[in-house]
Write a protein that binds this ligand. Structure first.
Ligand SMILES: Nc1ncnc2c1ncn2[C@@H]1O[C@H](COP(=O)(O)OP(=O)(O)OP(=O)(O)O)[C@@H](O)[C@H]1O
Length: 445
């Protein structure tokens, strides 16, 4: 059972009955479930984090549709070319016109197709030649063409909760014939070696199952892979033990502990997806926690990113921005702190630089906040962008006059050099048509 395909693939359910969790999307009372049960599949975009069951749901739909002689074609946007899509469409057109057969096209990681590739199937979705099912870990509002999106129903799948993960893991554990050891009954399974077969009996601590369910962070593939790796590692260390000791005897029972499953999981991959949606969610949560002056939450989001393998320089760059955008002149040294933290991270790297970022984040959470400069600058930008016609010229008295011709043209004429005056100088600095505008108080566009 542990040889060949990954355990996650072997355990992929074929029916909705075995599809665990995701009740909001495909629970008993949902529209999607009734549509699936009556085999009226609309075009869908399945959006959710890695390993939450997008491909599995498509696989279940495929199984169902084959029973109703609907064609189900799969492409992965990571390696499919535009020509592959065209071929599928051509075939779908033929099937539709000659055999009245429908085609469902499943595109995994649809966000990897660029906009023009996505355009290729738009008219065919519209006229019903194909029913499109796209799976994506990225927010479809940014990654899927608006026109295509409006023709699809977006199904949001969530990270699988711990209980669902336990159910999925237990299903795999049972199918592998592994025994779960009840930690409330302290017996040593390894001391009983009554197993006569050459294959060892495999046990797993119940708390190891719980830990695996927690640490896999809603990603069933990660959990099942973690389980598989832990079992394989234990079995191979049993073999090594026999080889090294030259003993023909080998322990007939193998125990998978909590530590084994922790090793089986690659934490960084599991807790955090550096390139995906989670990266933006966490940085946004950090920014908002600092803005809200919540130092604990700020530290939490920072640690969540760094522990997950985020690039510390990326976080440091965001802190430089925050120093000006949210703290600004309420504490101008915030900017110095942020730049110093950035340089410090650059010098020493992870893991040493984590504390620099932590210091900066707490400083920012505690700092007084001001968006005065940020808002005033936005007002100026809005004024420029909304301006109709040519921009007003720079007033002559403010222009530099390095040549005689420029002087003759009136450049710099009438300019009052402020240091020459002991009193405040009455002089205009904005173009004539903006006289009197105060970007700090109002927005004039
Ligand atoms: N809801 C579920 N019920 C039962 N098993 C599940 C469920 N979701 C995922 N699994 C298990 O996890 C494995 C991986 O899930 P799947 O391939 O569907 O994830 P995905 O959301 O498509 O992830 P990715 O975005 O990384 O491709 C499946 O093969 C299956 O064994």
């Amino acid at each position: 059972m542990l040889e060949g395909k990954p355990l996650a693939d072997k355990m992929r359910p074929d029916t909705l009955q075995d599809y665990i969790g995701q009740s909001r999307a495909v629970g008993q009372e949902t529209l999607l479930r009734s549509l699936l049960e009556t085999n009226e599949i609309p075009s869908l975009i399945l959006w959710g984090p890695p390993g939450c069951g997008k491909t599995t749901l498509a696989h279940i739909i495929a199984n169902n549709s084959k029973k109703h002689s609907i064609r189900f074609v799969t492409l992965s946007a990571t390696n499919a070319k535009t020509n592959d899509v065209r071929d599928v469409i051509k075939q779908a057109q033929n099937e539709k016109s000659f055999f009245k057969r429908k085609t469902i096209l499943f595109i995994d990681e649809i966000h990897r197709f660029n906009k023009s590739q996505q355009d290729t199937f738009l008219p065919h979705v519209e006229c019903g030649t194909i029913t499109l099912i796209g799976a994506t870990t990225e927010n479809p509002s940014f990654q899927v063409n608006a026109a295509l999106l409006s023709r699809c129903r977006v199904i949001v799948l969530e990270k699988l909760p711990v209980e669902a993960m336990v159910t999925i893991l237990m299903r795999a554990i049972n199918s592998l014939g592994i025994h779960v050891l009840d930690s409330s009954r302290p017996t040593d399974p390894l001391s009983h070696s009554s197993n006569s077969s050459s294959e060892p009996s495999v046990f797993i601590e119940d708390k190891a199952v719980d830990t695996l369910a927690y640490l896999s962070d809603g990603d069933a593939r990660a959990g099942l892979n973690g389980l598989q790796l832990a079992v394989l590692a234990r079995l191979s260390s049993r073999k090594m033990f026999c080889k090294k000791s030259g003993q023909t005897y080998s322990p007939s029972r193998v125990l998978i502990t909590e530590n084994d499953v922790k090793e089986g999981l690659q934490q960084s991959h599991i807790l955090y997806d550096r390139a995906g949606e989670e990266h933006y969610n966490c940085i946004s949560a950090l920014h908002k926690s600092m803005r809200g002056s919540d130092q604990s939450a700020s530290l939490y989001w920072l640690a969540r990113m760094l522990e997950g393998g985020e690039d510390p320089l990326y976080v440091a760059r965001r802190l430089v921005r925050f120093a000006s955008e949210d703290i600004g002149l309420a504490d101008p040294s915030a900017l110095t702190q942020a730049v110093a933290a950035y340089q410090g991270c650059h010098f020493i790297g992870m893991p040493e630089c984590e504390v620099l970022l932590a210091q900066c984040v707490v400083y920012f959470a505690r700092a007084p906040k001001s968006i005065e400069v940020y808002s005033a600058y936005n007002n100026v930008k809005a004024c420029l962008r909304n301006h109709q016609g040519p921009l007003p010229p720079v007033p002559l008295h403010l222009r530099n006059a390095p040549t005689r011709l420029m002087k003759d043209l009136g450049y710099g004429k009438g300019y009052k050099y402020n240091p020459m005056y002991s009193e405040p100088v009455d002089q205009e600095y904005l173009p004539e048509e903006l006289r009197g505008v105060d970007f700090f108080k109002q927005r004039r566009c």
